[in-house]
Design a protein around this ligand. Structure first.
Ligand code: 2PG
Ligand code: MG
Length: 400
């Protein structure tokens, strides 16, 4: 297929920060994609290209200039071929020359074009191209926001209501009910209730257990639900090699004990980034402690990078991996990261970023890859709900 770049423009993400939206054309077919942006990031993520003033102007001109010119003279048979070409064109290990945001916007919109050309839904094209078995993911709904996404009003970044009903439509309905009920509970607990970056409630509790007590009430009310957290522990690191939560210092050892107690006390399903990306030894120890009961998920430590995932598999430092296409910068490498994770018998959870757009690619990706779960934020923002709604439509496409 011949691919022509129609244009690329700057659009605001959910935090009003500029991001890229790229439109491609092939003959009569047209497709576009926009890319999200993280706030609690890993040091080894592919490089999002931003100018000093925070704009994405250079990344945009890379799409409409160098990339447009380079791809215009060739034919591509699949996203795989295109991604390999773009990676070589960039020539750096972290996509810092052309920008991971620039490259990913082309990679995703081209994937849509290939799916249109094949006349199949996006999730089906992804599964056929990468040889995965599609399945319905569990919903990881971030109902209480803390950490860097909510001015550290809670120390833990994400308090997640995990729902795994028989169908996605039922899961979404349960998530909606739970979200509304939690809102009511919180209103009677505090009169200082805000919303966080990811469309979840943001109360300020000095009591560490309080959010888990409230979530437990929800879990007791609804079958097929459980608690998950993302500590995003890079953000909890202090100057003396430990961690600080609500003004109290913890060594890695003490923090590990806190997680073991937490998982013993409350109905947990998963713990993401319990330690910083540099503390893989603690990851391994915690996985040995609780890995039979719950998922220990790596995010900032693995950054969707197949090589770093391989390393984690060797170190047994987790038993599940978060997958974010923009951490690595192309659809094909994100798919490779999924396959590497699954080949170790580990689970994947595909994830949005805290700065999102209305692009719902991650929903098709999670479904097509046969991921264990999808993390797409709380239900208080349209850009988050759209991902879950897309999943419900996919389910309808499957049964037609
Ligand atoms: C995370 C993400 C998404 P951010 O840490 O998992 O929830 O946050 O996009 O800010 O890295
Ligand atoms: Mg995370």
């Amino acid at each position: 297929m011949r691919i022509e770049i129609v244009g690329a423009r700057s659009i605001p993400d959910s935090r009003e920060k500029p991001t890229i939206e790229t439109t491609l054309r092939s003959g009569e077919l047209e497709a576009k994609a926009s890319v999200p942006s993280g706030k609690s990031t890993g040091a080894h993520e592919a490089k999002e290209l931003r100018d000093e003033d925070g704009s994405v102007s250079t990344a945009l001109s890379n799409v409409t200039g160098e990339i447009a010119e380079a791809i215009s003279t060739r034919e591509f048979a699949s996203t795989k071929e295109l991604d390999a070409f773009l990676i070589e064109l960039d020539g750096t290990p972290d996509k810092s020359r052309l920008g991971a945001n620039a490259i990913l916007s082309v990679s995703i919109s081209a994937t849509r074009l290939f799916a249109l050309q094949a006349g199949v839904p996006l999730w089906r094209y992804l599964a056929d191209t990468y040889g995965t078995t599609p399945s319905a993911p569990r919903l990881f709904v971030n109902v209480m926001n803390g950490g860097a996404h909510a001015g550290f009003r809670l120390p833990i970044q994400e308090h997640i209501f995990m729902v795994g009903e028989a169908t996605l439509t039922e899961s979404f309905a349960t998530a909606e009910r739970g979200f509304a009920e939690l809102g009511e509970m919180l209103k009677s607990e505090t009169d200082d209730l805000q919303m966080g970056d990811e469309g979840g409630y943001s109360p300020a509790f000095a009591d560490f257990d309080k959010p888990f007590e409230l979530l437990t009430k929800l879990v007791e009310k609804h079958q097929n639900t459980a608690i998950a957290i993302d500590s995003a522990a890079n953000e909890l690191r202090n100057d003396h090699g430990g961690y600080t939560l609500i003004g109290k210092d913890y060594t890695s050892e003490e923090l590990r004990k806190l997680y073991v107690d937490l998982v013993g006390k409350f109905p947990f399903h998963a713990v993401e980034d319990p330690f910083a990306e540099t503390d893989s030894k603690s990851f391994t120890e915690l996985t040995a402690d609780i890995g039979k009961q719950v998922l220990v998920i790596g995010d900032d430590i693995t950054v969707t990078n197949p090589k770093r995932i391989e390393n984690a598999i060797e170190e047994k430092s987790m038993n599940a991996v978060l997958i974010k296409p923009n951490q690595i910068g192309s659809v094909s490498e994100a798919a490779e990261a999924v396959k590497k994770t699954h080949s170790a018998g580990w689970a994947t959870v595909c994830s949005h970023r805290s700065g999102e757009t209305d692009d719902t690619f991650i929903a098709d990706f999670a479904y097509g890859m046969g991921a264990h779960g999808i993390k797409a934020g709380g239900l208080g923002q349209k850009v988050r709900r759209e991902k879950y709604e897309r999943l419900c439509s996919i389910e309808k496409e499957v049964t037609i």
